[in-house]
Design a protein around this ligand. Sequence first.
Ligand SMILES: Cc1cc2nc3c(=O)[nH]c(=O)nc-3n(C[C@H](O)[C@H](O)[C@H](O)COP(=O)(O)OP(=O)(O)OC[C@H]3O[C@@H](n4cnc5c(N)ncnc54)[C@H](O)[C@@H]3O)c2cc1C
Length: 402
Amino acid sequence: MDVLTTMTLTRRTFVRTAAIAGIGGAYFGGAHLLLKDERWTPNRSFWVSRGREPAGAPLRGEREADLAIIGGGVTGLSTAVHALLRSPGLQVVILEAQYVGFGATGRSGGVLGNGTEMGTPPGTEDTVPFVIDLVDRLGIACELERAPVAQLDPYRYALGLKHAAEGLGATVHEGCRVRSIEDGAPVTLRGDGFTLRAPKVIVATNGYTPKLGIATSRLFPAHTAAAVTGPLPREILRDIPDSILVMTSGEMYMWGRKAPNGRVLVGAGARYFYDNGLHYSGDGFLFPALHRCMAKSFPALASYPFQHTWTGPMGCTADQEPIIGIAGGSGNIIYCGGYCGHGIAMGSKAGFFLAGMLHGEKPPAWMLRPTLDLPGEPLRYIAVNAVINLMNLGLYRMPKHD
Ligand SMILES: Cc1cc2nc3c(=O)[nH]c(=O)nc-3n(C[C@H](O)[C@H](O)[C@H](O)COP(=O)(O)OP(=O)(O)OC[C@H]3O[C@@H](n4cnc5c(N)ncnc54)[C@H](O)[C@@H]3O)c2cc1C
């Protein structure tokens, strides 16, 4: 059934489901307030569980490049592909801390949507056909479904972009975490056992960006959850829509899709942790609450437990729209992110905009807009969680942009 299901649950149901990501008011001011946690949540997604490709070799020693890209998610990989399509022979080096697809990209639902979380500002009306065309042109095997709501395997999409970038001449180093960015011309990137110098640097680390000391007042990570059932009987699956959207308040929702081998994949929630924390595997009640929400919406699924559950950090901004920004005194460090859970198609298109900027082209003006400066801690923790909780309780709506 190719139907987008939108339904508003009753308030009573919501109060139960509000617990999905621990965003009920009870959490506010909780134990994480003074906790600084430097760990990163491993990628436990269904997509990666189906088989992880061996990571590329890390960079060792000193190297120079024309373009350095930090981050091997859709943003960084799409930037590399488009930079090389425009300038064959450019020396492009991608540095990925873990492995390509480790971040939000390889944990996402792989649902493709035009526009952004908040609307369709200029340049975003065609992000889905943009991805479909890219997948076709590059011959990426990622189980792309061209249904009314297109979807793919996001980890295999990332791997396909990586191979395409390498085929065009890029070098992708994995297991290479950048620890410092020294401004200058060239910019110097340093990590354990390596130094990379490049006249242009793209920071494509999205929710991880504040930990690099970049865009700290503009970007923050909000952790969200996803889960997938095992293969379901055909007669159960027949009555489940291909694409799911269930409102849990005026603003928050449970999303979902059918996944390979007759599974149903759902996700919901947002949590912010002190000091842009990047470690959250889900509280004890998180996945039971997500399952209850799924079963309430689709009673036939009640007796089918989740087979995989995982979480991941979405890069967010104060107005929930993605940004491109310039950092550093020489203007040669460009960062991009903040898709607020809507970045598979948009991040791919952003890579096209970023590659254009290397040729002096301007991205859509709205992406360069100033945003509200987020305070430092502890005010950031209080403010971000207050907004999340109010949205979850249906007491606050973000103003839509169109
Ligand atoms: C559970 C979940 C479900 C989602 N579902 C969808 C969906 O269905 N559709 C959709 O459009 N969007 C979805 N999203 C959002 C989407 O995944 C993101 O917007 C998008 O993947 C962002 O891509 P990115 O390349 O900018 O960042 P990421 O994919 O997060 O990539 C950043 C990379 O940078 C690396 N990195 C970080 N710091 C460093 C460093 N210091 N040095 C080197 N490397 C570093 C990280 O390891 C990471 O691999 C979902 C997100 C989550 C978490």
